[in-house]
Design a protein around this ligand. Structure first.
Ligand code: ATP
Length: 461
């Protein structure tokens, strides 16, 4: 670390439901710090999606600045100017970064919104990754985040109650186990709030042409998942595993002219928010993975929501599959008592239940139920049970028959395997089944490949 570590800058909680977006502030910061070199990919880090005070997707940003080393590569464009980053870099004047970043937050954050409480952190060392893992899976107090930053000698800037320090500290602490990328294109100021013009067919083509991208659209409902519905500055964001494909895919989307774009390294689509737990240890607002057997079959309630009960042997919990889950509800309805299932979801406080994000129906045994007692071969009447496990007996004739001679119906097994909601109902951290077997390329290799895409403008340091 030490000698070649850059200066890290992170910030969070700058927007409101009326506009702004912390990722957009990232582009403004990059513009502000054009006199320093950007190091590595800008990072967009999603935290616990069950935090009640989040504005939208609980996102925080971490950038690194310094004196760049190695060959630069393009990570964006702002006002017609290409934005480059370097693979490594030596730290720069951290105090100056802090003061300028704080002034930027003061200028751009929606401070008049009650729920906007920005935080800024600048540090030459990353806080312990533990703070990331807790912030992505639990609710944590501000003091814990502040302690993690203090422990590495970082500087903290708080506005109002300063809650944004939690996201800032956690995003700086993120050391990816799994990771993806997102290229986000932004609208010019005069377009913000107007209907977005993004061509569905061109996104459909991008989706087919670049299989490394995901969560682009929902063909059935013709919903464009790349474009948000809120009045924020984002025009569209394409998510995927290959930044090279994202750079190309961005150019293929037919849309109104974006004003700027930036490529982020993210923890989206990683399921980082989910931790394997026993039912007895579940806490509200946690992301969880639990395995058990169905202890009560599903029932529907008005509104199309489906509920069933899961047991892990010692405890039971209600699992909820809400209406936006689409066809995943049919899989839940098909579950029979005793079927094995793995649930990925979030714990809701009131009522206490697990909201199912996706589920894996394990191989289920064929079940059968008795539909009719055997008939007496002499009088033709239905025989009666002669006692548990002892077969049947005709009350009139005294004729006996084995238990197996009853008439049985086989219950159809629910479809084993993964069941997922439609793309438009998935959270940012939701890992699609299509990513389960993805092989992670080393970041060095990715950077090398992105560097080679832009051979016309080599700056080697
Ligand atoms: P956007 O995605 O548009 O940037 P947002 O959905 O990220 O908005 P914020 O306005 O950033 O929402 O609000 C989230 C707040 O929750 C921030 O103050 C952040 O620091 C805080 N926070 C994030 N994770 C946790 C957590 N695990 N425990 C407690 N607070 C958290």
């Amino acid at each position: 670390m030490g000698a070649v570590a850059p200066t890290y800058l992170s910030f969070d909680d700058t927007d409101s439901l009326d506009g702004m977006c912390t990722t957009f502030l990232a582009t403004l910061m990059v513009e502000e710090f054009l006199d320093a070199d950007l190091i590595g990919f800008p990072r967009l880090v999603r935290l616990n999606p069950n935090v009640p005070w989040k504005t939208r997707g609980n996102a925080a940003i971490c950038l690194a600045f310094g004196r760049g080393r190695g060959r630069r590569f393009q990570v964006g464009e702002v006002n017609g100017e290409r934005i480059y980053s370097f693979p490594d870099g030596k730290r720069t004047d951290s105090d100056a970064i802090f003061l300028r970043a704080k002034a930027m937050v003061q200028k751009h954050a929606h401070l008049s919104c009650e729920n906007t409480n920005p935080g800024v952190v600048v540090s030459e060392r990353r806080p312990s990754p533990r703070i990331y893992w807790r912030a992505v899976r639990e609710i944590i107090p501000l003091s814990l985040a502040e302690g993690a930053v203090d422990a590495v000698g970082g500087t903290i800037g708080k506005f109002k109650n300063g809650r944004g320090v939690i996201g800032s500290a956690a995003s700086m602490a993120w050391m990816p186990r799994d990771r993806t990328f997102e290229v986000i294109a932004y609208r010019p100021q005069d377009r913000i709030g107007k209907p977005r013009e993004v061509d569905f067919a061109s996104v459909d083509e991008v989706d087919s042409q670049y299989p490394s991208t995901f969560h682009n659209l929902d063909r059935e409902s013709r919903h464009l998942a790349i474009a948000p519905a809120s009045p924020c500055p984002v025009l569209f964001g394409i998510r995927g595993d290959s930044p090279e494909d994202l750079i190309r895919a961005r150019e293929k989307v037919i849309s109104e002219d974006p004003d700027r774009w930036l490529l982020f390294l993210t923890n989206q689509a990683t399921d980082d928010h989910l931790l394997k737990r026993q039912i007895s240890t579940l806490q509200p607002r946690q992301g969880v993975r639990i395995t058990g057997t169905v202890s009560r079959r599903a029932h529907d309630i008005p509104g199309g929501h489906v509920f069933f009960e899961l047991s892990d042997g010692s405890e039971k919990v209600i699992c909820a599959v809400y209406e936006p889950s689409g066809k995943m509800r049919n899989a839940a309805r098909a579950l029979r008592e005793g079927d094995g299932v793995e649930i990925f979801g979030s714990v809701r406080e009131k009522p206490f239940e697990v909201n199912v994000e996706k589920m894996n129906i394990l191989d289920c045994p064929m079940f059968r139920i008795k539909t009719e007692n055997p008939k007496c071969p002499i009088c033709g009447k239905h025989m009666k049970s002669a006692g548990s496990g002892t077969g049947f007996r005709c009350r009139r004739c005294g004729e006996k028959a084995p238990a197996e001679s009853a008439v049985f119906a086989e219950l159809e097994s629910p479809p084993a395997g993964w069941h997922e909601p439609p793309v438009c109902s998935r959270r940012h951290l939701y890992k699609p089944a299509s990513r389960f077997d993805i092989k992670r390329r080393p970041l060095r290799e990715i950077i090398y490949s992105v560097q080679r895409m832009d051979s016309g403008s080599i700056v080697d340091r």
